[in-house]
Every structure is written in C-alpha cells, then in structure tokens.
Design a protein around this ligand. Structure first.
Ligand SMILES: [Zn+2]
Length: 147
C-alpha cells in the first residue's frame, strides 16, 4: 500500500523509476547507474554491477537502460507496473479526451435542441400569423370589393 503510493508519487516526479537492485549475478554489490563515455554511445545510460570489468571479467551484469528496465520487469522488480502504469495512464488520458470531446458535442447538441425548437415554434407562429394575415387581407379585400 505504502510502496504503491510512493512509487506512483515518484512516477509522477520522474516518468519512470528505475530501482537499483542488488546484483543478481554476484548477489553482493548494488547495481550502479552509469553514463556511457564512449564516442559511439556518449551520454547513454547503462546499469552495471560495480564488479563488472570493461574487459568482460568480474561480474557479468551489464545492461543498457532499456535492457535493465526490461530485466526488472521480467523479474518482477517493477512488476511491469511502471511500464503498464504509464500505458494505462496514457489510455485513460486518451479515453478522457474522447469522453471530453463527446461531452462537448453532447453539450452543443443539448444547447442546439432548444434553439431548434424555438426556431420551429417561431416558424409555426409566423405561418399561423401569416395565414391569419392572408385571411384578414382576403376578408378586407372582400369587404372593400363588396362595397
Ligand atoms: Zn555483480
């Protein structure tokens, strides 16, 4: 409960929380977050065991950021929660947008309906008044002609 709320809090702060786990290969050191300094991958983030050696000796735990995140998800360290949480949130946002648009359209329709009714009423009134007007005119004409 507490961890869920704190993880969602930090998700809001950092888009994706990448926990630093105890190295699963040697079970001794805690994984460290590093930034690549090679020309090909400068600035790219990777996660490795502090015991990992550049020549491949020592502990073999080494992942690029996305690989490490996938590793964490595969092994339940983030329980696919952060990844799916983000996707769900996005879906929710999209749904809300769609609902929002629907609501707007409905509101517009609801606003238009009484206007349409009033226009129809006005047209009816005009027709009735017009008919009466024509009748009165005819009567007046008849009366005038009779004289
Ligand atoms: Zn290790």
């Amino acid at each position: 409960m507490a961890s869920a709320s704190s993880s969602s809090l930090s998700t809001r702060r950092n888009r994706l929380v990448v926990p630093l786990i105890v190295c699963p290969s040697c079970n001794v050191k805690t994984i460290v977050r590093c930034t690549a300094k090679t020309d090909a991958n400068r600035g790219r983030i990777f996660y490795t065991c502090p015991d990992h050696e550049k020549d491949g000796t020592g502990c073999n735990f080494w992942y690029w950021e996305e690989g490490y995140i996938n590793y964490l998800k595969r092994n339940g360290f983030i329980a696919g929660e952060d990844g799916t949480y983000g996707k769900t949130a996005q879906h929710l946002d999209l749904n809300q947008d769609a609902f929002g648009r629907q609501d707007e359209i409905e509101k517009k329709l609801i606003a238009i309906v009484p206007i349409v009714r009033e226009i129809l009423l006005a047209v009816k009134c005009m027709l009735v008044v017009g008919l009466f007007g024509v009748l009165i005119l005819v009567c007046v004409l008849v009366v005038v002609l009779m004289k």
